[in-house]
Design a protein around this ligand. Structure first.
Ligand SMILES: Nc1ncnc2c1ncn2[C@@H]1O[C@H](COP(=O)(O)OP(=O)(O)O)[C@@H](O)[C@H]1O
Ligand SMILES: [Mg+2]
Length: 273
């Protein structure tokens, strides 16, 4: 059974869960209006597209403050209809982050999730996590590193991801923007974010593992090396390589097709996305 993390939070019209360290009246008062926090000048917006993500400093006691990242899920169109029968993305993000956090895997510490429903439908939902300072998205490192350094990065990444997957955790949106990297000069530390598409299973099979890795933009010449590190072998079985390349080409092709047909813009206009 899934281990539950956090304490229930009942703050009408919001329901949610909260990390015990954050049950301070000042903090609760501030997060009651997350949309207001995201719009205030002291909030630094990190991303504003389908979701809005911003970082802000908030009090958690009389003397202490913490910088937290607020993610507002904009639920509209088909997603809104689906929300009547499914958990909100904010709750899924909470569960995904908790699954990593309670097993000791690096992810920003989950702080709170909030959702407001009108009838059965989601009106607003937010996921808050602690800001990780001095990190960068792995996408910026791939083109910058010399081959030796890139191999070091990929070897450590393969080890981190295979340990997570061997615990039955599958991140189904493992893209370059969702892995944050900290480098203290000696070794690399990774933080997984965008946790609403994490699933917990009894066992993650090889085929699902490989499929989940194709969203990472690993340079072509290093893909085999990365898989060898991931599966801890010197000689990668042909079927693993074939399955990876097949899914990679398929994924790249779908992205290209979506771009050509302007599917993203159409979906946004129709409020499907
Ligand atoms: N806790 C965090 N600490 C540091 N940076 C973060 C944190 N959460 C999000 N970010 C930054 O904001 C970006 C967008 O967040 P993300 O949750 O991936 O949103 P989206 O679902 O829209 O991709 C990330 O790629 C990362 O650079
Ligand atoms: Mg992301």
């Amino acid at each position: 059974m899934r281990e539950e993390f956090g304490l229930p939070l009942d703050m009408p019209p919001f329901q949610g869960k909260i990390h015990p360290d954050y049950r301070d009246s000042r903090f609760l008062e501030a997060i009651f209006d997350c949309q207001g926090l995201l719009s205030q000048p002291t909030c630094e917006i990190l991303l504003d597209s389908r979701n809005r993500v911003g970082k802000v400093e908030l009090s958690i006691s009389e003397t202490r403050t913490r910088t937290v990242v607020i993610k507002e899920f904009r639920t509209q169109g088909v997603d809104k209809l689906k929300s009547a029968f499914h958990p909100s993305k904010a709750l899924k993000a909470w569960r995904g982050a908790s699954a990593l956090y309670i097993r000791g895997f690096n992810t920003p510490c989950p702080v709170v999730f909030l959702e407001k429903r009108k009838g059965r439908f989601i009106e607003q939902s937010f996921f808050l996590s602690e800001m990780i300072e001095n990190v960068e998205e792995i996408r910026f490192l791939f083109p910058r590193l010399e081959p030796d350094k890139l191999k070091e990065l990929l070897s450590a990444l393969a080890d981190y991801l295979s340990r997570i997957q061997s615990e039955g955790i599958l991140h189904r949106d493992l893209s370059d923007g969702n892995i944050l990297v900290k480098n203290d000069g000696e070794e690399y530390e990774y933080y997984l974010i965008d946790t609403n598409r994490i699933r917990e299973k009894r066992k993650v099979g090889d085929l699902s593992q490989i499929k989940s890795l194709v969203r990472l933009g690993i340079p072509r010449d290093f893909q085999k090396y990365f898989l060898e590190q991931h599966f801890k072998t010197d000689k990668l079985p042909t079927f693993i390589w074939f399955w990876y390349r097949f899914n990679k080409v398929r994924f790249t092709w779908i992205i290209e097709l979506k771009k050509k047909l302007h599917l993203k813009q159409i979906a946004q206009k129709l409020k499907i996305q």
